[in-house]
Design a protein around this ligand. Structure first.
Ligand code: G6P
Length: 648
């Protein structure tokens, strides 16, 4: 049934166009972010012979890291599409589904993270058309949804049940539906502006799922007599290791025993099967209470793998994914490192390493700032994007801006086949394995190793390091995994400190040189999972303002790992202690003097000054973790945060 068609004819209403004072504008040019419901959620879908409800729940549980305000499913139970969706964690949905036991072998599911529009049952996905014959899940944002919604209301009255942009898609597909879902979806997406990964099912075509990707991640899982869609690989690993990575503007038709991928022009495109080799276990907790602690403990392996996969038999760096030659490097006169969150903090260390080893000027910027500040870029610019997920919208947008202006793009990414990696000229994959906890740990340390390797590779290619220097750095890097293990084997003291300090509401992290970068990361770890206000500041800046906030028992975490700045840090620690601060210092083993000025000292194994960040961050991660546990916080899913930020 198509409610819209008749009304349109009756009222003669025209499809809304983008116009300014009556002048028709090309669709693509208008990309204004309208205030509506923007989501960066997880989508999953199944068609096959098995009962779909448990498969959707399993998939969603692996995607909950993408958002966890609400969750829902739509299942075709033979006669009708049953939609069940609830505000809150996925366990609520799971309980309802267990009770109700809806039968069906075709379904779609969604986990939501709302940035606009409250989390509520009715704003949750799936959304349906008026009659409930079409159900849809969506990750992304429909930028022109207001116009579309107004227009749909004009011709048919207000049948909208939610405040979301996503619901508009269901109504739009309904508007175009004339017995061919694929055709209706094509016509609908032609009118939509924005980013979307969508999955659609229709009661009248019970043998198919239609999925579309534009700027939001989407993969297809290939099974036997069953096929899947999802936002991310872990959602499907229990069922299949054979995947298709769907490209922008592609539409997929999934049946029980077939997958057809079409391009914008409705032509069939061929895609190679991606065989996922990493372990499904990698996305499980394996006895740890939280993913975060599991991932902290996986750092020796992540660092080892990231490093050793890039070394030849002689121990020299071979960066297969990076094709930058000596001539290319000589032309590069400026490097921008751009990223968000923890990846940005890894970039801070990267700037330090590249400038120090390769002697190339590096600017570092937060992606959301970079993309709007009109930075000077030309074909002699190298742009380095750092991203765990490879899907962070701001990082991707900054990358595209740099590319448009002629820069060469190198990315350091964890997720194979992610958008950032696909749009880069050169890719350096971190080998962290899937990171599930929202607070990034192993992605950070593997990003650091990657940064060091890229910097050393550039330095060697440019002839900036002697053999001896190069070998010294490499030997030290190779020793890092064992040193991380040593810290991880002795965490009792850190836990005790956390248990004693968890009641603080304000904490400062200070350091000098590369320690400042680690201070930023330590501070972020604390605030994101424990909700304690914390700030990081270069120790030398303290007396220009922040020291005014130092009072009796104010907790200050002081990083003092840099030999050449050690004495200066001791002075800074004394300054804050003199004002009553309680100081926990992080220093290299053997530096006993610090015990005289700090209240407590956490030691890390000795290493070269340049490499200390990979070690000094570990106790800070553990400290934050135990503080969050002591405060009863939801460590893996902190409030208001999401793992993959695919909105602006
Ligand atoms: C979110 C995550 C952070 C992450 C940042 C950048 O804020 O919670 O852990 O550092 O996004 O993500 P990316 O995937 O680009 O590294």
């Amino acid at each position: 049934m198509n409610l819209y068609k008749d009304k349109q004819i009756r009222k003669g209403s025209k499809f809304p166009q983008n116009t300014i004072r009556g002048i028709l504008l090309p669709k693509i040019k208008i990309r204004i972010l309208l205030r509506g419901e923007h989501n960066m959620c997880g989508v999953v879908g199944y068609i096959g012979e098995k009962q779909v409800a448990p498969i959707l729940i399993e998939g969603l549980s692996k995607l909950e890291y993408r958002g966890y305000d609400s969750a829902g499913v739509a299942i075709l139970d033979g006669t009708e599409i049953k939609v069940r969706k609830y505000k809150g964690r996925m366990s609520i949905l799971e309980e309802h589904l267990k009770e109700e036991n809806i039968k069906g072998t075709l379904g779609i599911g969604h986990t939501r993270w709302a940035t606009h529009g409250e989390p509520s049952d009715r704003n949750s996905h799936p959304h349906t058309n008026c009659s409930g014959s079409i159900a849809l899940i969506h990750n992304g944002i429909i930028e022109n949804y207001m116009k579309l919604k107004e227009w749909l209301i004009e011709i048919n009255g207000d049948h909208f049940k939610s405040e979301t942009d996503s619901e508009v898609i269901a109504h739009l597909i309904d508007y175009f539906y004339e017995g061919d879902l694929l055709d209706a979806v094509y016509k609908a997406i032609d009118k939509m502006e924005g980013a979307y990964a969508i999955g659609v099912i229709c009661k009248d075509e019970p043998d198919k799922i239609i999925a579309v990707r534009k700027d939001s991640p989407l993969i297809v899982g290939i099974g036997e007599n069953e096929n899947f869609i999802a936002s991310d690989i872990p959602a499907l690993l229990k069922y299949t290791r054979n995947m298709y990575l769907i490209e922008n503007d592609e539409v997929v038709l999934l049946t029980k025993d077939g997958i057809k991928i079409f391009n914008e022009l409705r032509q069939i495109v061929k895609r190679e099967v991606l065989k996922v080799t990493w372990d499904a276990q990698a996305a499980e907790k394996e006895g740890y209470t939280h993913f975060m602690m599991k991932e902290i403990n996986e750092q020796p392996k992540g660092v080892h793998d990231t490093l050793h996969r890039r070394l030849d038999k002689e121990g020299n760096i071979v960066l297969d994914g990076i094709k930058i030659t000596k001539e290319d490097l000589e032309k590069i006169n400026k490097i921008y490192i751009v990223a968000c969150g923890t990846a940005y903090h890894a970039g801070l260390v990267g700037k330090y390493a590249i400038e120090k080893f390769a002697k190339i000027p590096v600017e570092i910027d937060i992606a959301s700032e970079f993309r709007y500040r009109d930075p000077f870029i030309d074909e002699n610019t190298l742009f380095i994007a750092v991203s765990q997920s490879g899907e962070t919208l701001d990082t991707l947008a900054a990358l595209r801006e740099a590319k448009r202006k002629g820069a060469r793009i190198l990315s350091i990414v964890n997720v194979v086949g992610s958008s950032v990696s696909r749009e880069s000229d050169d890719v350096f994959y971190t080998w962290a394995g899937p990171e599930i906890a929202v607070a990034s740990t192993k992605a950070y340390t593997t990003q650091l190793v990657s940064m060091y390797l890229v910097a050393l590779h550039m330095a060697v290619t440019k002839g900036m390091l002697t053999d001896v220097q190069y070998k010294t750095y490499m030997e030290e890097l190779k020793a890092i995994p064992e040193k991380i293990k040593k810290i991880l084997g002795n965490t009792e003291k850190i836990q005790q400190l956390a248990d004693a300090q968890f009641n603080n509401e304000n904490v400062f992290y200070i350091g000098r040189g590369v320690d400042v970068a680690v201070a930023y990361e330590g501070s972020l770890k604390l605030k994101e999972i424990s909700y304690i206000h914390s700030e990081a500041i270069a120790a030398g800046e303290l007396k220009h303002g922040t020291i005014a906030l130092v009072e009796q028992d104010r907790l200050i975490v002081a990083l003092a790992t840099q030999d050449k700045l050690y004495d200066k840090m001791l002075s800074n620690i004394q300054e804050v202690r003199a004002r009553g601060a309680y100081v926990i210092a992080v220093a290299k083993e053997g530096n006993k003097e610090i015990e005289k000025v700090a209240d407590k000292v956490i030691y890390i194994p000795d290493t070269l000054d340049e490499l200390t960040p990979i070690l000094s961050v570990i106790p800070l991660q553990i400290f934050s973790y135990y503080i969050a546990v002591a405060r009863g916080c939801d460590v893996d899913k902190p409030k208001n945060l999401a793992k993959s930020v695919t909105v602006e």
